[in-house]
Design a protein around this ligand. Sequence first.
Ligand SMILES: *Cc1c(COP(=O)(O)O)cnc(C)c1O
Length: 373
Amino acid sequence: MEENIYVTRPYLPPKQEFDAYCNQIWESNQLTNHGPLVLQLQQKLQEYLSAEQVNLMVNGHQALEIAVKGLELTGEVITTPFTFASTTHALTLNGLTPVFCDIRATDLTMDPDKIEDLITEKTTAIMPVHVYGHPCAVEKIQAIAEKYNLKVIYDAAHTFGVRKDGRSLATYGDVSMLSFHATKLYHTIEGGALVYRDASYTRLFDAYKNFGIESEERVSYVGGNAKMNEFQAAMGLTNLPHMRQLIEERKVITQTYRRELQKVQGITGFYPERETGIEYNYAYFPIMVDPALFGRTRDDVYFALKKKNIFTRRYFWPIITDFDCYKNQYQGVSLPVAERAGQQILCLPIYNGLKLETVEQISTLIAQMSKQY
Ligand SMILES: *Cc1c(COP(=O)(O)O)cnc(C)c1O
């Protein structure tokens, strides 16, 4: 490729639309601390997600930490090893012990049949990830949580716009975290939110995002700073009306990859087993490279494409239990499905503005590496 092709590229809306919101900031002269644009975005997102409570934060990771603090979790939390560092760090940084549950091969989300064996008297919650926007086994996980009286916090960073049976995926569990980082499908430059039903959580979430301050005279908790500012909200308000179009464009990119790669033996996993009733957001395009069938490894594909200026990403690899900061604690933990996914996964470029011609070229390069070629 003449120009570098990256796995993703942030979406920038028409500048004059953003400017119009910035003009409002110059009028209000309020830059942060629950300003009018943050309140407006909160309301718009409540409508977009049909969510009862949306609590906006400076980024997704802080939102996740505040969910953990606000739910007052202790002891052990069952989570997935096949995710971004943030999920596990949010637990560890709050003095909790992550307990890793293997994933299912069909969609790489937490295997609900392996959760119960991991529950001990110290378990207080389950923290699964809707990885790449694939819905977790939400009903089964809910049933387990009810049986053992556990909280469920979803890392829903990948799910903006995904619906299951018409219901926004971000409304499952006790709390779901959304990330609005620049590289996510929907973004506020940096940003995030907690989505939940129980309005009684708001008091603690609000306190923890603002130094534990409850009123001018009362500081009741030891909290940090995780407030979203007005410029972030301005970007969020600008981007929101474009979502339908952005998802439509990505759907076409996804369909093009699928059409081109379908025939290539050993390249699989680019869509989960068809579950009906799911509207995807096409945020990512992960493939699995099975070296036995394909004839080359995932890393072979990664490096060959890199040579052609196509920068794919091997995420999620290494899996969390292989991170330098965690591996000593998790020796002997067996997570065969996650290990294999980590070895075989490759995220191909997908972003708004990626040309279909480029998608075809990338697919052809991959197909030409296969042993059947
Ligand atoms: C992006 C991401 C996060 C963190 O969100 P930030 O907004 O970048 O802090 C957490 N978990 C997953 C799975 C993510 O992809």
